[in-house]
Design a protein around this ligand. Structure first.
Ligand code: ZN
Length: 275
């Protein structure tokens, strides 16, 4: 299943068409997309019975498919390649921070650039589909509704000028584009091994596979849910691979006019223009 937010209404994406969830379910589900994560098992069973859309899929209508999570987890230094390029050690527990939820944005929204050290970080984002409390790693994928493409856009100056508390530097308005839709786990041949990349103005900057994650998605769910319950609709930004701008020689950062494209195998591409 591909679940999208079309102009504020939940919709299933079926090839190049969409089916409005409230309409096709006769009012049983939707139109609020967040309500579907609260009732994910029932919704997924219903969605499997829908085989055709009724309107064309239009990129411009796509909004954030997880617009109001109660908790946003983000993991730093979760690829060996990125830990090495950052000159930091490989963490022994997930280096967890947050992006404040109001910074999340749609897959094709513009990103306002508030300074001259704004950086990119393409990331696989897991969306929780069932309350997960003290979950075993082996059972963890069953608590995931699906995955989506995320950008953990980062103001490096603000990030590193507030001591070790860098969530604010990750949370300027629009710094968390997500999308273009949530892909349910059953659609992916191997959810633990997905290619991901990002490009600026067509030049590839990051290129890796999620099988290189130090803490896999199931391991993250086990580690996080040992501390605090994960709630339906929560998101986990799972970390970024090598290739961020701050450690390039010379450093390179996003500027107004740049186009940032982020792609994950089996999910799709989000595209954000810097303004
Ligand atoms: Zn990140």
């Amino acid at each position: 299943m591909k679940l999208a937010n079309i102009r504020g209404r939940a919709a299933l994406v079926l090839g190049d068409e969409i089916a409005d969830v409230e309409t096709v379910s006769g009012g049983r589900f939707g139109p609020e997309i967040m309500s579907l994560y609260d009732d994910w098992a029932a919704f997924a069973a219903f969605a499997a019975t829908v085989s055709a859309g009724s309107a064309p899929l239009v990129e411009a209508g796509l909004g954030n498919p997880v617009p109001a999570p109660r908790q946003v987890f983000a993991i730093g230094l979760n690829y060996r390649s990125h830990a090495e390029e950052s000159g930091m050690g490989v963490p022994t527990v997930p280096a967890t921070f947050t992006k404040f939820p109001a910074c999340l944005a749609g897959p094709f929204d513009d990103v306002h650039i508030p300074g001259d050290t704004v950086d990119w970080e393409v990331e696989l984002v897991a969306v929780i589909g069932a309350r997960a409390d003290r979950v075993d790693e082996a059972d963890a994928w069953a608590n995931v509704a699906g995955v989506t493409v995320g950008q953990d856009i980062s103001d490096r100056t603000l990030q590193f000028s507030a001591g070790s508390q860098f969530s604010l530097g990750k949370s300027w308005r629009g710094f968390g584009p997500l999308g273009p839709w949530v892909v349910s786990v059953d659609e992916l041949a191997d959810p633990d091994d997905l290619a991901l990349s990002c490009a600026v103005n067509g030049e590839k900057m990051q290129d890796a596979r999620t099988s290189d994650l130090i803490f896999s998605v199931p391991r993250l769910i086990a580690e996080l849910s040992a501390v605090v319950p994960l709630l339906p609709g929560d998101v986990i930004f799972t970390g970024t691979p090598a290739g961020v701008g701050a450690v390039r020689q010379p450093p390179r950062f996003l500027q107004p006019g740049d186009v940032l494209e982020s792609w994950i195998e089996g999910i799709g591409t989000i595209r954000n223009r810097c303004v």
